[in-house]
Design a protein around this ligand. Structure first.
Ligand SMILES: [Zn+2]
Length: 136
């Protein structure tokens, strides 16, 4: 899935519209937004509840993300150095190890979330598309 996201091959409304398979680029979940991968994984209200447990980490916050927007669905990891408080009792090596473990756990969890969102999105949008990719 990540390769398809990176190469913009996910069958989102913006791609299907450019191939003349959908009449518009609107989110198929009912949002007033253009449906692209970033919208589905970061902003789509259909998945707000799924992202709620770590909402700060799923938002487009410039200081948190190396690219200045959330790209967890691409396997990117936020900069945890800004989130974790420094502790005088913790050596630099121990702090680096802590950041590493947070990053590894974050990566695994966020990729699982992206897979869940994508699976649900495919299931929900399959109802509105017939087997030839046309809208019913
Ligand atoms: Zn949406």
């Amino acid at each position: 899935m990540i390769k398809k996201v990176i190469s913009s091959q996910l069958p989102t409304a913006d791609l299907l519209h450019s191939c003349k398979l959908l009449p518009d680029t609107c989110c198929q979940m009912g949002c007033d937004a253009i449906e692209d991968a970033h919208h589905i994984f970061v902003h789509c209200r259909q998945y707000d509840e799924w992202r709620a447990s770590a909402a700060l980490l799923f938002t487009d916050k410039c200081s948190l993300w190396p690219l200045h927007y959330s790209a967890y669905y691409l396997g990117h990891i936020p900069n945890f150095n800004h989130l974790l408080p420094t502790c005088a009792n913790l050596s630099k090596l121990a702090f680096t190890c802590l950041v590493y473990h947070f990053s590894a756990d974050w990566h695994t969890t966020s990729i699982r979330l992206a897979g869940q969102i994508w699976g649900n999105w495919q299931k929900e949008t399959a109802v509105t598309l017939d087997v030839r990719g046309r809208r019913r």
